[in-house]
Design a protein around this ligand. Structure first.
Ligand code: HEM
Length: 444
């Protein structure tokens, strides 16, 4: 065992690796991975890990030896804000608070609620696409908006649509605070803090109104959305209900939308995949409810492949809570550990032909990768709560888009990946025109 840190690029004088990383995040990580292997130091307090087993072990030991980057309900989150790192003991306590809350919110992700939401999904998608009037639009913001509407619908049914803009403003304001060159004390009334407080206040008021109206109506026999489930829970205060809804909306913000934008781009290159998805989409015909995922195996495999090649949450992190050992290295408490599903999902040691989009690889008898080499939804105690929901949304939407829309993508080959918070195609433009044979086909 050695007490030294793993080697890594030295970077520039005074500024280290940050400028090269910021200039091209994906490219920088790929280059360093090639030069330094499966564990290397980004700087004095951060290592990057590329081996699936080590990543899996760290994710599995989250809340124990490691703490997740984001502690929901932590610091500002308790009143709707973002997290201040805080001290280690405080962060561990907040992780426990979140895990208790997580168990409560997870009740809302059960089958009945997901099925009820699936039944509303396509009507909402058609309505959003109709607004583009068949004109070319920037795909990523459109899909981000559709994704926001999907999650709002899952949480609040048809009553959630108005929240989407407020959630967007809250996230934009929060991002401008955490990514500012200088983090200022929260109480300073600078513009970005004021924008954040105002969006937070607005969201609280909107939540309050929807919840009050819902409470005034008799409870349904079967829950239709997350709010129905949370209101029926005897052990949740109104404040906790609001917090759980807010966390769900913020944690998933834009994520399915980034994957949908990649689906649109890849489908434009691949008539062979489009054709197979279209044939499978016959499962929609002559029925009221959307098909089950088991009826759309190829489409689901395509979505898995998109989440492999373009995992929206492409960079995850943990903090060592105590002294930890990773391979031959020992890291001190407080050390940051980063790992990227993007790197692992594209590593030829764990996958055959990782550069190729091949849905078929998921349809064989064997898992198409080395154990633990696929984790678009994370893993361990903080694995994505919406993994099943997200797969369902992406599969149904992809199936519906292929069958019912003529999608004309402008120059898809020139679109770079934007690896900022989420991995998404930058400036991808496309038009969505309803195909003739389906002009009146939506059953919703
Ligand atoms: C394509 C779709 C999605 C992908 C790829 C995705 C990915 C992820 C990943 C990688 C994490 C773990 C982050 C970490 O370990 O640090 C996560 C956490 C989370 N996701 Fe998702 N997500 C998706 C959709 C959703 C949806 C639709 C919802 C809810 C409506 C959701 C709710 C959450 C929540 C609440 C967490 C936090 C869990 C915790 O920390 O305990 N996600 N997601």
């Amino acid at each position: 065992m050695t007490e030294q840190l793993p080697p890594g690029p030295r970077g520039r004088l005074l500024r280290g690796n940050r400028p090269d990383y910021e200039a091209d995040r994906l490219g920088f990580l790929l280059r360093c991975h090639e030069d330094y292997g499966d564990i290397w130091s980004f700087d004095d307090s951060t290592v990057v890990i590329g081996a699936p087993d080590a990543v899996h072990e760290i994710l599995g030991r989250t809340n124990g030896d490691y703490l997740a980057e984001v502690n929901f309900f932590a610091g500002g989150f308790a009143d709707g804000g973002f997290v201040d790192g805080g001290d280690m003991a405080g962060a561990a306590h907040l992780a426990e608070v979140w895990m208790t809350a997580r168990r409560k919110v997870s009740r809302g992700f059960h089958r009945k609620v997901v099925t009820a939401h699936a039944g509303r999904l396509i009507g909402m998608l058609d309505e959003r696409l109709e607004r583009t009037a068949g004109r070319p639009v920037d795909v990523q913001p459109l899909m981000a908006n559709i994704s926001g509407c999907m999650v709002a619908d899952f949480c609040f049914g048809g009553e959630g649509a108005e929240l989407v803009e407020t959630v967007d403003s809250l996230v934009a304001a929060g991002t401008s605070i955490v990514s500012a060159a200088r983090i200022l004390p929260r109480w300073l009334p600078v513009a970005r803090h004021r924008r954040f407080v105002s969006a937070r206040r607005e969201l609280k008021a909107q939540f309050g109104e929807i919840i009050e109206q819902r409470r005034a109506r008799p409870a349904p026999d079967s829950p239709r959305d997350l709010l129905d489930v949370l209101l029926a829970a005897p052990d949740l205060s109104p404040h906790q209900i609001q917090e759980l809804l807010r966390v769900t909306l913020l944690a998933s913000h834009g994520v399915p939308g980034a994957a949908l934008a990649w689906c649109v781009r890849e489908l434009s290159f691949r008539p062979d995949i489009r054709l197979r998805i279209e044939v499978e989409a016959e499962a929609w015909e002559a029925r009221e409810a959307p098909p089950e995922l088991s009826e759309l195996p190829y489409t689901e495999a395509f979505v898995k492949e998109i989440l492999r090649a373009y995992p929206p949450t492409w960079l995850l992190g943990r903090t060592a809570r105590r002294r930890v050992r990773i391979g031959e290295w020992t890291l001190p408490p407080g050390h940051e550990i980063m790992f990227s599903p993007y790197l692992v999902h594209r590593d030829p040691r764990w996958w055959n032909e990782p550069g190729k989009i091949d849905p078929q690889r998921w349809l064989g008898e064997k898992v198409p990768h080395t154990p633990h080499a696929y984790f678009p939804f994370g893993a361990g105690p903080r694995v994505c709560l919406g993994a099943h929901l997200g797969m369902m949304q992406l599969t149904l939407v992809t199936s519906w888009l292929v069958r019912h829309y003529e999608i004309d993508v402008e120059e898809p080959g020139t679109v770079p990946a934007n690896g900022s918070a989420l991995l998404a195609p930058r400036a991808l433009r496309a038009s969505f025109a309803v195909r003739d044979h389906t002009a009146t086909a939506s059953p919703h």
